[in-house]
Design a protein around this ligand. Structure first.
Ligand code: AVI
Length: 328
């Protein structure tokens, strides 16, 4: 079994590398170049994201932390009034710094629930399975490493209790609105009437506040973007010269889309396997979207994807909202 396991892991790693290669080549040979932000999070990217969350300009984490710290009792009461027998599922739990308030509060109320954290990163899941039972003795934790929707299906198979799903951190903003709608519809398909979904959204606000959050003075967000080029060099044997690309974030207050680009400083060629990718001077590579929403847009998203708004929790500055939706 050990060898089979080892072999499966190697094969998975190989398949993941091939997919990474295919996505990178696809993005860089298109007429408008782009890379997928989902590849930001290698070990170094994880560390840089942790540092971003501590940047004074990056308000998102602090806002959602404030919501959970100060309103966790209201959130727990809302859930418990709605259903007494449920499982808690979290998509992308990270270190549970924020959801931990809710885990603790539900436990303190004597609610008997299973916590299913779902993440693509096996190491995150392993860490949570080890640390959470120490922090919350007696808590049942069943980590599910893999794709959000596949693993949600798995959680449904493992237990037929109602589901309360958490999708926090404004990660829903990391896809364009149309894709967010598709994702919410797909989520809804995996859930049953009466299930709850708590989603974190970053709200539209003064454009400068938003732009600064993605352009911190210490240059961590810049390093976070450039780290993907480093990763492509290391894992796919490319020869990006990091000094030849500048980080350029922009925010459009009308559409609410905050986009990050890396812009080629000069005409150059970058080699990846048999490909020589040509960059003109000033040519942008689209890296990431962080969509900002208005409350009306969030409401529309709920309705269009088969949910009904149930309640919402905002921070004191009204910069961030955690909405609770009910499946109809
Ligand atoms: C994970 N996600 C919600 C972050 C965001 O704000 O879009 C990722 C990030 N990118 C740059 N800074 C933070």
């Amino acid at each position: 079994p050990f060898l089979t396991d080892h072999y499966t892991r190697l094969k998975n790693r190989q398949a993941a590398r091939e997919e990474f290669y295919r996505d990178v080549i696809h993005g860089l040979t298109a007429s408008s170049k782009s890379l997928s932000a989902k590849y930001f999070y290698d070990a170094e990217g994880d560390k840089l994201f942790q540092r971003i969350m501590q940047c004074p300009e990056y308000y998102l984490t602090g806002c959602e932390q404030e919501i959970f710290e100060h309103q966790v009792q209201d959130i727990a009461t809302l859930i418990c009034n709605h259903t007494s027998d449920f499982d808690l599922v979290e998509l992308g739990p990270g270190d549970t710094a924020k959801s931990g308030y809710l885990l603790g509060e539900l436990q303190a109320r004597g609610i008997d629930y299973t916590y299913f954290p779902i993440d693509i990163s096996e190491s995150i899941i392993q860490t949570l399975e080890k640390t959470l039972p120490l922090k919350f003795p007696g808590m049942r934790v069943e980590g599910l490493p893999g794709d959000y929707l596949d693993m949600l299906k798995e959680a449904k198979l493992r237990s037929d209790k109602q589901k309360v799903v958490l999708f926090m951190g404004a990660s829903i903003g990391n896809v364009p609105p149309q894709e967010a709608l598709g994702f919410c519809k797909a989520l809804r398909k995996q859930l049953s009437p009466g299930d709850l979904l708590l989603v974190g959204f970053d709200l539209k606000k003064h454009p400068q506040v938003i732009l600064d959050a993605y352009n911190d003075k210490a240059g961590i967000t810049r390093a976070f973007n450039l780290n993907l080029l480093k990763r492509i060099n290391r894992e796919l044997g490319a020869d990006f010269n990091l000094e030849q690309f500048v980080h350029y974030p922009m925010y459009d207050p009308e559409t609410g889309s905050c986009k990050s680009y890396l812009v080629s400083q000069r005409e150059q060629r970058v080699h990846i396997g048999p490909h020589a990718i040509h960059f003109a001077q000033g040519e942008p590579m689209f890296m990431e979207i962080s969509q900002k929403y208005s409350l009306t847009e969030i409401q529309q998203l709920a309705e269009r994807s088969g949910f009904r708004s149930f309640e919402q929790f905002q921070d004191s500055r009204h910069w961030f909202v955690d909405v609770v939706w009910r499946c109809v």
